[in-house]
Ligand binder design. Structure first.
Ligand code: MN
Length: 285
């Protein structure tokens, strides 16, 4: 089964995004609860992503670029340039804030995906953390190379932190057919960033999420031109999420408290050293 949903076009900072998750018809894939395909756009040294300081709770941000560079700064004091093929993984726990901005030196194409992973009950009230992975393991397949961003694919495991049983991989497909092994207890979805990918006779192009369901122990893909896609998978998330703005919680009250703390700047979310303006939480309707 392949269920294709259309992504929602939105503007985040200076970038056009195509939001594949969440959508009304599909809220999560495993613990993955948010997926923004950013760009492609042309960045200058001064204007790129330019998302000012903002808070998060209860989630991990997974930032993955296919082109360009972004500078990450957070309330833990992390300052990290991310380049294409590298991973920035920030764990929010009970509260963190960060900014994503142009590097001040890089100019050129900018494209990538920002994903969120809902944290489980066991870690979502815990301490924030940040990690950067400059190199990630790859799996060579017939007509494709898979980079394992988080989790495990075909016996190849990412060193990135993982609080639930989930998988994220970048697939670089060449012309032809590819088969990759999957965990049959996972549900899976595909977000195509570039080119077109055929799965079970359905052609998936950028601007869509193809939900593939559970109970697949392998996945066959076909491309007639080189294509880039993100494969998401995981054990279906067992809890109901309460998501609003940049917060992933379980109840509306938790969201209200986080919103009030950020707008009062009461210390819960720390301070980000950034020249960009702090983004206030909008009114809650
Ligand atoms: Mn963020």
């Amino acid at each position: 089964m392949v269920e294709v949903t259309e992504s929602h076009r939105a503007q985040v900072g200076e970038m056009q995004v195509r939001r594949a998750l969440p959508r009304r018809a599909r809220r999560t894939v495993g613990a993955w609860c948010f997926a923004d395909h950013m760009g492609p756009t042309t960045a200058t040294a001064e204007v790129g992503a330019d998302i000012g300081p903002h808070p998060h709770i209860g989630l991990q941000t997974v930032t993955w670029l296919t082109a360009g560079q972004i500078l990450h700064r957070d309330s833990l004091g992390s300052e990290q340039v991310i380049r294409a093929g590298q991973l920035n993984l920030m764990t929010a726990g009970h509260g963190v804030s960060h900014a994503e901005q142009s590097t001040g030196t890089y100019a050129g194409e900018l494209e990538g995906i920002q994903l969120w992973v809902a944290q489980p009950e066991a870690t979502r009230h815990g301490e924030p953390a940040f990690e950067h992975h400059a190199e990630l393991p790859q799996l060579d397949l017939a007509n494709a190379t898979a980079t394992v961003i988080v989790g495990e694919l075909g016996g190849t495991t990412s060193p990135a932190r993982r609080d639930t049983d989930h998988l994220g991989a970048e697939l670089r497909l060449r012309s032809g057919e590819t088969t990759m092994p999957l965990e049959s207890h996972h549900e899976h979805a595909l977000v195509v960033l570039d080119g077109a990918v055929e799965v079970d006779g359905t052609t998936v192009a950028p601007g869509h999420l193809a939900y593939l369901g559970t109970a697949r122990d392998e996945l066959g893909l076909r491309a007639s031109e080189p294509a880039t896609a993100i494969l998401l998978g995981g054990t279906p998330f067992p809890e109901q999420l309460s998501m609003w703005w940049n917060f992933v919680a379980r109840t509306s009250d938790e969201v209200d408290e986080a919103r009030a703390s950020w707008n009062a700047d009461d210390g819960r979310f720390g301070t980000v050293d950034s020249p960009l303006e702090r983004i206030p939480a909008p009114a809650r309707i």
